[in-house]
Design a protein around this ligand. Sequence first.
Ligand SMILES: [Zn+2]
Ligand SMILES: [Zn+2]
Length: 233
Amino acid sequence: MKELAPGIYSLGHGKGGHVHAFLVEARGELSLVDTLFEGDARLVLDALRRLGRSPTDIERIAITHGHRSHLGGLAELKRATGATVYAHRWEADIVAGERRAQAVSILPHQSLRLIPFQLGLWLNRPRHTPCPVDELLDEGDSFGPLHVMHSPGHSPGHLTFWWPERRFLIAGDGIATWPNLCAGWKAFNLNHVQHKASLERLASFDALTVGVGHGDPITENAADHVHQLAEAY
Ligand SMILES: [Zn+2]
Ligand SMILES: [Zn+2]
């Protein structure tokens, strides 16, 4: 766990393609975006303990989109925290286990290190433990202190989050820094026209810090990086 700024914690490790989740605290309330890979949610629960907080202090959990790496701990966290679970309407039935996420090509693309994840989507393995979504989120909604944006392209119901006071952006899989800085894993981005438009929108925020779905957060020259990724896509 790393505190990126007051009230912003980055959680992540090597699994799930160096997947990251973000815990934010405002007015004493905790909100979690994404849930890491492991089904037992131990990294999130460990982080809470280290902060001197209990699981029930998490008020709400949002899922950026219905890809396996981001959903692993959700069912266990719902059980442990009683938090309200949020997702976009397009992703909600994937999260609930009623529909599978769309497969992508299994041909090598960008990096051989992504092939296990391409295969995972293809085979729908390993599956996550399904968890019903309590509330839908969409463009213009609030999630704790964060503003919600619908940012399709990577997936149809992909969400990103913006905390204006901290200039903190959670880009989800719109941007990745593992295995290298890129505009998301390109083979996984289902609609490139939409994805470019979403990137341009993210760039317009001139974020100070950008949390990404895979890899370490961008903490230096973040706005420049996002502008360059949007232009080059
Ligand atoms: Zn994804
Ligand atoms: Zn992902």
